[in-house]
Design a binder for this molecule. Structure first.
Ligand SMILES: Nc1cc(-c2ccc3ccn(Cc4ccccc4)c3c2)n[nH]1
Length: 244
């Protein structure tokens, strides 16, 4: 997968050189290219923003600079364009799975009050353009949102996660964990500061372990994410409720 990221703060993406994503880049699974938007601003001050039409606080990012940058980066190709914004469609595990199937993603990182909307209008005619929110809180720009999405998507790519099963067992993953968060995890020692590991996990009985883990996942979903629990098959809840 090729990932292009355009931003006025390319240094935000240094973390993509380390850990899972860094190794995927070394292996060639991921081809990440970060671009400085100001390289396409031609005035002496490399201006990328201007005052908003209709008034209001802050500044808006200029369409001309973005248009030149995107045209140069995509070179006539057709990546899927993802634009982080507070007003976008929610970024979910399902969307991460969808993006992980794409051969080429282009992330446009806005700052200030956002990017002139005509940029998304212009490229929606040529590319698949998704405006995406990573949550109902307001960031100062798109860079952190892109880091979140690149990690969530990157870990789903073949060979990136040491243990491919992990992704299958992810919270929210389609299939058995749909609408469920994960339960608690434990490792050695079996007793730590008076806290024991649940005996079932030491039993070696895989069926009982699987059932216990599902019970705990449902218990935690009901406690922390009632809106997800509401979407669970009532039969599932009912069966487990009796034990929860
Ligand atoms: N989930 C999520 C995404 C963002 C986000 C993404 C890109 C940008 C570009 C500029 N800002 C600042 C901004 C503040 C308020 C209104 C509009 C823009 C951004 C915020 N915040 N929260």
């Amino acid at each position: 997968m090729r990932l292009d990221i355009i931003s006025i703060f390319p240094e935000y993406f240094a973390p993509l050189d380390v850990s899972l994503i860094g190794k995927a880049r070394e292996r060639g699974t991921l081809d990440v290219r970060v671009h400085q938007l100001r390289d396409w601003a031609h005035d002496v001050h490399k201006t990328v923003d201007d005052t908003p039409y209709g008034g209001g606080p802050g500044m808006v990012m200029k369409p001309e600079v973005w248009g030149e940058a995107i045209d140069d980066v995509i070179e006539g190709g057709s990546p899927r364009m993802v634009v982080p914004t507070p007003s976008g469609r929610p970024f979910t595990q399902e969307l991460a799975q969808e993006l992980a199937q794409e051969p080429w993603l282009l992330f446009a990182c806005g700052r200030y009050e956002g990017i002139d909307s005509r940029v998304m209008e212009e490229y929606s005619g040529r590319l698949r353009v998704d405006e995406v929110s990573i949550g109902d809180y307001v960031l100062a720009g798109g860079e952190v949102a892109v880091l979140v999405m690149v990690e969530a998507v990157g870990r789903l790519l073949p060979g990136v996660l040491g243990n491919a099963q992990s992704a299958v067992d992810d919270s929210f993953a389609p299939g058995a964990m749909r609408n469920l968060v994960e339960g608690p995890v434990y490792t050695k020692p079996p007793l730590w500061r008076g806290h024991e590991v649940p005996a079932v996990l030491l039993s070696g009985h895989h069926g009982n372990v699987a059932r216990w883990r599902r019970d705990e996942a449902i218990r935690r979903t009901v406690r922390n994410r009632p809106e997800l629990a509401a979407a669970l098959d009532p039969a599932t809840l009912d069966k487990h409720d009796r034990k929860l």
